[in-house]
Ligand binder design. Structure first.
Ligand SMILES: [Zn+2]
Ligand SMILES: [Zn+2]
Length: 121
């Protein structure tokens, strides 16, 4: 685990106009975005430019420092789902009491955004 890295995991894709950077979710491993070709004097500089573009598609876990895509991020507690697992979600909707299926983000019945019981920020 790279953990507290400054950027998401990436792969460089060589292109005619420069190097493209493809950034990956730390948890799912899914490719979240691929940048436009960037040019820099050093690889470090290139990465910095590419990450300026790439990071808007990522969320930073405030606990472990992982960079993850929206699907692997719990915005209620600002943590990735490895730190704040979906299992911590309530079983029933707090608004209408409907039983919630695992993985639901919104209540099927009333449309409320499902939230964690405990918010530990
Ligand atoms: Zn985390
Ligand atoms: Zn509901």
């Amino acid at each position: 685990m790279e953990g507290k890295s400054n950027t998401a995991r990436y792969r460089i894709i060589t292109d005619t106009g420069g190097n493209k950077y493809r950034f990956f979710c730390a948890l799912s491993g899914a490719a979240i975005c691929t940048t436009k070709p960037v040019c820099g004097d050093t690889q470090e500089e290139e990465l910095k430019i590419a990450w300026e573009e790439g990071k808007q598609y990522f969320n930073h876990c405030h606990k472990c420092g992982n960079w993850v895509g929206d699907a692997m991020y719990n915005a209620d507690v600002f943590q990735c789902v490895a730190c704040a697992p979906w299992e911590a979600r309530p079983e029933f909707c707090s608004q209408c009491g409907t039983k919630i299926s695992p993985g639901d983000t919104f209540c099927k019945e009333c449309g409320s955004r499902l939230r964690y019981m405990e918010v530990t920020i």
